[in-house]
Design a protein around this ligand. Structure first.
Ligand code: ADP
Ligand code: MG
Length: 356
């Protein structure tokens, strides 16, 4: 048997192959409404309640760098990224289990600080930390959070369900997390350089970080859009399809369209790019629109609605209509700021853990 490196098929190729192996077990449970392939697994509890469940693993050196990430923030982010997947189902979070693998020499106080961040976020979102698991780690810190939430069969929103003609909407702003990451990585490089040269720490770097507090915050301390789920509930809105933006707008819109069997056209000039991200991108001589399209980890919601419901979201200051769902044959198209049509399938596909 010839062995294939995972990097050849990528993260999503790997998940597809694993899903094939586990298909028989899913057939044993007809109450399972959605298995692998959506933001959460979904199963029916009874006629009026469905449970949604998600899990996310954060690995040191892959997802975070302890030199630039305060542990309190990291704990909070570990919770927020899971709440974001629960929100993507139009559900509310209930319980979380936390598993950690910790290098034996890590001070107890650091783990406690991580947990204070976890507890703070859990309190804000109104969910309970109900257990977990603890192991030592031979290499770096690992944090895995699993979370449950509930909704009703009528309110449940999946990645599938979008139809041609639906509006494509996005919450909040995009590009902030990538801008924040660039700033933090630059600060780390400067800090290491100064330490190497035995120079005192340059306060100007800190001043600049404060100037871009919103971008840094989007990266270190993203907030799940539970407020939008409340808004949907108040207005009686049920998106036809929804996903949260963790891999990047282009990649996540791709997931939504693939599951829905549709195409999409989005208008670059409509993208709600964070103002600070534009300023940071200019400093780095990069394109803020590119960060908004393919940079991940903004944890905003991307959803679709029938055009007839436009009035329900039009007045919301944190919801932007960025395009329209089309027939599958039309593909995924972007009209750029110069009016040129670009095939999004040709763009960088977003975050892939195994991309070479
Ligand atoms: P998200 O970005 O919303 O967290 P992912 O891209 O991590 O979603 O996962 C996509 C889908 O694949 C989800 O339904 C998830 O449950 C499933 N999945 C990911 N990794 C595995 C795995 N190792 N085994 C089984 N299912 C997985
Ligand atoms: Mg998701």
């Amino acid at each position: 048997m010839a062995f294939k490196p995972i990097s050849e098929i990528g993260e999503f190729g790997l998940i597809e192959r694993l899903a094939k192996i586990t298909t028989p077990s899913t057939k044993q449970r007809p109450e399972l409404l959605e298995g692998i392939g959506d933001d959460c697994a979904v199963w029916r509890i009874d006629e009026s309640v469905v449970q949604v469940v998600t899990t996310d693993l954060l690995a040191e050196h892959v997802h975070f760098d302890l030199l630039t990430t305060p542990l309190h923030h990291l704990g909070s982010k570990a919770i927020s990224v899971n709440v974001s997947d629960i929100c993507a189902m139009n559900a509310m979070p209930d319980y979380a289990l936390i598993s950690i693998a910790v290098p034996p020499k890590m001070p107890v106080e650091m783990v406690e600080e991580l947990y204070r961040g976890i507890e703070h976020a859990a309190s804000v979102y109104g969910l309970a930390i109900a257990g977990g698991d603890t192991s030592s780690s031979a290499s770096g810190l690992f944090i895995s959070v699993s979370m449950t939430g509930t909704t009703t069969p009528e309110l449940l929103a999946l990645r599938k369900g979008a139809s041609p003609g639906d509006l494509i909407c996005v919450t909040g702003t995009l590009g902030g997390s990538t801008a924040g990451l660039h700033l933090l990585q630059r600060e780390k490089a400067t800090m290491i350089e100064q330490m190497r040269n035995n120079e005192p720490y340059n306060k100007e770097v800190m001043a600049e970080l404060q100037e871009y507090a919103e971008a840094i915050r989007s990266h270190l301390l993203p907030e799940a859009r539970i407020d939008i789920i409340d808004f949907f509930s108040e207005e009686g809105i049920v998106p036809t399809a929804m996903i949260d933006i963790s891999d990047g707008l282009v990649a996540d819109l791709g997931h939504l369209c693939r599951r829905s069997g549709v195409g999409a056209t989005i208008d670059e000039s409509k993208l709600p790019v964070l103002a600070e991200a534009r300023a940071v991108a200019e400093e780095f001589q990069q394109d803020a629109f590119d960060w908004a399209l393919t940079g991940g980890e903004d944890y905003q919601l991307l959803f679709t609605l029938p055009k007839s419901q436009y009035d329900l979201v039009a007045a919301h200051r944190d919801i932007t209509v960025i395009g329209e769902i089309t027939e599958k044959e039309e593909g995924l198209l972007l009209t750029d700021i110069f009016g040129i049509t670009i095939d999004m399938a040709e763009m960088k596909p977003g975050f892939d853990h195994f991309a070479g």
